[in-house]
Design a binder for this molecule. Structure first.
Ligand SMILES: O=C(O)CCC(=O)C(=O)O
Ligand SMILES: [Fe+2]
Length: 384
C-alpha cells in the first residue's frame, strides 16, 4: 500500500479543502490571463463554467461554507485531480515552455489518486451512515455496535429519560462566583455537557493558531485478513502546546468542569474534520494494539473532554453505541465522560464514535484526563 501518512490530504479536513480552493483560484487566474491574451474560446468557456460553480464566494466564511458541503468538496477534488492534467495537455499546445513552468508549479500540487479515493470513500460513508437514500437498508454484516452507531448518526435514538439541566456551583471554588451550565446526558456511566464553556474569542484564536501550525492526519488502523494495515484517515489534527495563548485558560476551565488536575498534561488536541470524515467506534483508553501518547508516563485516560468549536449543520454527532446516546455538537459546549470505573478499570460502555460530517466544518478541542495526576484528588472506590 503506497500511502504516505505525513502527506497533507486535501479531503480530510475543511482546512485542507480551503487550501485547495485557494489553489484553484490561483490556477483560474493564471488561465484567465492566457484566455484573454490568446483569445481562446475553449478556455474561456471552461473558466466561466468553474466561475458559475464558485459564484460570489467572496468572504472566508462563504468559501468555508462552500467547501464544507460534501458535494462541493467532491466536485472540487474531482475537478482539480481529473481536469487539471487534461488542461495541462491542452495548454501545452498554446503556451511556450517558460509559460508552462508557472502552470506546472500549480498543477504539481493537485490532489493525487489517494485524495480522490479518500474523497469517494467519504461520500460513500456519508451516504451509507446517514442513509441519504436507502432507508432501512442495513448491511447484514454490521456488528451490534456499528448498527447502533448508524442509528445514532441518523438521529434515531429514543429521547433520554429523566435528566436535568442545572447550574454547577460546586466542582471548584471558582464556580461559586461563576457557575457553569450543566446538562446531564447519562447518569451511569456519567456523561455531561457544559454549555458556553469555550468562548468565541478563544475559538477565533485557536483557528488563527492552526493556520500556521503543523497539521497532520489522524488515522486509525484496521487489520484486514492477510493484508497489511489499512489506514482510515479521519480528520486533521494538531497539538496546541506551551506557545499557545489560551491553553492555560482552557486548562483552568477543564479543572473547573471536572475537578481534575491538569498537571503534566497541558497540551490540547485540535481536530478539523473534512466532509464525510468520521471516527469509528473506539475506546480512548489503552487497548489492544492502541497505545495513546503519554500513557506510560501519565497513566491511562480516565476521562475525556471534547469542546465543540463550531456548529455542524448536518452530521458530526458524538455517539455512544453501547448507551444509545448521541450528542449534537454545539459551538462552545464541552462534553465530559469517564472511560474508567472508580477503581480505574476500563469501562467498555465508554465506547464512542464520531458520525460523518455532511455540512459544516467540524472543529473540536480535545483533552484526555490521565490517571496519575489525579492520585490525591480522585478517591479509588471499589467497583460495585
Ligand atoms: O470529536 C469527538 O466527538 C470525539 C473524538 C474522539 O473520540 C477522539 O478524538 O478520541
Ligand atoms: Fe475517542
Amino acid at each position: 500500500l503506497d500511502y504516505d501518512e505525513r502527506k497533507e490530504r486535501y479531503s480530510s479536513s475543511v482546512l485542507g479543502l480551503m487550501k485547495l480552493y485557494e489553489l484553484e483560484q490561483q490556477y483560474i487566474k493564471t488561465l484567465q490571463v492566457y484566455a484573454v491574451e490568446r483569445n481562446n474560446s475553449i478556455l474561456t468557456k471552461y473558466l466561466s463554467s468553474i466561475e458559475l460553480n464558485n459564484v460570489n464566494k467572496k468572504s472566508y466564511r462563504e468559501r468555508e461554507e462552500h467547501v464544507s458541503n460534501i458535494l462541493n468538496a467532491f466536485t472540487l477534488i474531482r475537478r482539480t485531480h481529473q481536469d487539471w492534467p487534461k488542461w495541462q495537455k491542452f495548454m501545452k499546445t498554446i503556451l511556450n515552455a517558460s509559460e508552462m513552468v508557472k502552470l506546472n508549479a500549480i498543477v504539481s500540487q493537485a490532489p493525487d489518486k489517494q485524495d480522490m479515493k479518500e474523497m469517494l470513500e467519504n461520500m460513500q460513508r456519508a451516504e451509507k451512515i446517514n442513509n441519504l437514500h436507502a432507508i432501512d437498508k442495513f448491511d447484514g454484516n454490521l456488528s451490534k455496535e456499528m448498527t447502533s452507531y448508524h442509528l445514532g448518526c441518523r438521529g434515531l435514538f429514543l429521547p433520554p429519560g429523566k435528566l436535568v439541566c442545572r447550574y454547577n456551583f460546586t466542582t471548584s471554588p471558582f464556580l461559586r462566583l461563576a457557575p457553569l451550565k450543566q446538562e446531564e446526558i447519562n447518569l451511569d456511566p456519567y456523561i455531561v455537557v457544559y454549555h458556553d464553556v469555550l468562548h468565541d474569542r478563544e475559538i477565533a484564536q485557536m483557528k488563527e493558531e492552526m493556520a500556521n501550525a503543523h497539521i497532520s492526519n489522524a488515522w486509525i488502523e484496521e487489520r484486514k485478513a492477510n493484508q497489511s494495515q489499512m489506514r482510515q484517515v479521519i480528520g486533521r489534527v494538531s497539538w496546541l502546546t506551551d506557545s499557545s495563548n489560551f491553553m492555560d485558560s482552557v486548562n483552568q476551565r477543564i479543572m473547573d468542569m471536572t475537578g481534575f488536575s491538569m498537571k503534566g498534561i497541558e497540551s490540547l488536541q485540535v481536530c478539523n474534520y473534512g466532509p464525510g470524515c468520521n471516527f469509528k467506534p473506539h475506546y480512548d483508553y489503552m487497548a489492544e494494539g492502541y497505545e495513546p501518547p503519554n500513557i506510560l508516563t501519565l497513566g491511562d485516560r480516565l476521562a475525556s473532554v471534547i469542546f465543540y468549536a463550531s456548529e455542524v449543520h448536518l452530521g458530526g454527532a458524538t455517539v455512544f453505541p453501547r448507551l444509545d446516546v448521541a450528542i449534537t455538537p454545539k459551538k462552545g459546549a464541552g462534553l465530559v465522560w469517564y472511560n474508567t470505573y472508580d477503581d480505574s478499570t476500563h469501562d467498555q460502555r465508554s465506547q464512542h464514535a464520531v458520525c460523518p460530517t455532511l455540512m459544516g466544518s467540524r472543529w473540536t478541542l480535545t483533552k484526555w484526563v490521565h490517571l496519575s495526576p489525579q492520585m490525591f484528588l480522585k478517591p479509588c472506590r471499589p467497583r460495585k
